[in-house]
Design a protein around this ligand. Structure first.
Ligand code: PD2
Ligand code: ZN
Length: 286
């Protein structure tokens, strides 16, 4: 029998925990008083975590925010320096919780970066963005790169990288959009935007029929510019430098600015930047 079944987290206890939080009592003080009343520490911690999480989720929805959904997430709660991504030990370089941003190192080998660029080069065209009014695609001055999409699983290299990403962020391969390769010349940029589809835009219901919302993004750096070209998160003044073989992952559990996932590709100031982007959907993307 588990501890939780010995000590029940009752509705009264949940109500009391919410009242304590609303009264401004610190989590440690609430925990101490629960333990003084005979609650086992692990049950008390679980009761506080689940109760406050549920309460916040309820409040967010009551305030008109879209409900939160599960998102891809690397398993790094115990601060490992490496993750076994199946065929490669990927380094954890940086971890941020709000917004959820994780920087990976050693994600792609130099050969994989070069091969992706060479396969993409003859297929490049001016990048488009989703036209939120219609659900179609359009040329946009905010995005001055050139790019192309691989089909999911199009070749052995793409399959290998997609399997690695799925293991790394614990998300089904089939929920991923095709890998996109982007080339930025000097001056090219991608102005700050959200990767989720704005629920208020008329074209969004059409877009969502194919796999639901986007819930995560992985930008992988294939070739380094000499200056500029970082991936920026203006809400938290974070800039991730475009180091070859590295990747920046971020997730967003609701299509709302409260996720603080506004991000952009800063203008390339010298040299050329190449990236591969993997966008992850809630469900299978076909
Ligand atoms: O090139 C980038 O750093 C970048 C920035 C913002 C890529 C994307 N967004 C994207 O592909 O969504
Ligand atoms: Zn983006």
């Amino acid at each position: 029998m588990t501890t939780q079944t010995q000590q029940q987290i009752t509705p009264e206890l949940r109500k009391w925990i919410v009242e304590q939080a609303q009264a401004g009592h610190a989590a440690e003080a609430v925990l101490r008083s629960m333990m003084a009343s005979g609650w086992q520490e692990d049950v008390a911690i679980e009761a506080m975590e689940t109760t406050l999480k549920d309460h916040l989720a309820g409040q967010a929805v009551a305030q008109g925010l879209p409900p939160a959904v599960p998102v891809p997430d690397p398993k790094i709660d115990d601060s490992p320096l490496y993750i076994d991504a199946g065929d490669r030990q990927v380094h954890i370089v940086q971890n941020m919780h709000n917004p959820r941003v994780v920087v990976f190192g050693n994600l792609l080998s130099d050969e994989e970066c070069d091969q992706l660029i060479e396969l993409a080069r003859p297929r490049l065209a001016r990048s488009l963005t989703v036209a939120t009014k219609t659900g179609g695609e359009e040329v946009n001055d905010d995005r001055t790169s050139h790019g192309m999409f691989f089909q999911r699983g199009e070749n052995e290299l793409v399959r290998r990288i997609e399997a690695r990403i799925a293991r790394l962020v614990n998300w089904p391969e089939e929920n991923g959009e095709g890998l996109q390769i982007l080339h930025y010349r000097p001056g090219a940029e991608y102005k700050p935007h959200y990767d989720y589809f704005d629920p208020k835009e008329p074209g969004t219901p059409t877009i969502l029929k194919r796999g639901g919302q986007r819930v995560g993004t992985l930008v992988m750096y294939l070739a380094e510019p000499e200056k500029g070209g970082g991936t920026t998160f203006p809400d938290v003044q974070l800039e991730v430098f475009p180091k070859r073989g590295h990747g920046v992952f971020f997730s967003y559990d609701r299509p709302h600015p409260s996720t603080r996932t506004l991000h952009g590709g800063a203008p390339v100031l010298a040299g050329e930047k190449w990236i591969a982007t993997k966008w992850l959907r809630e469900r299978r993307f076909d």
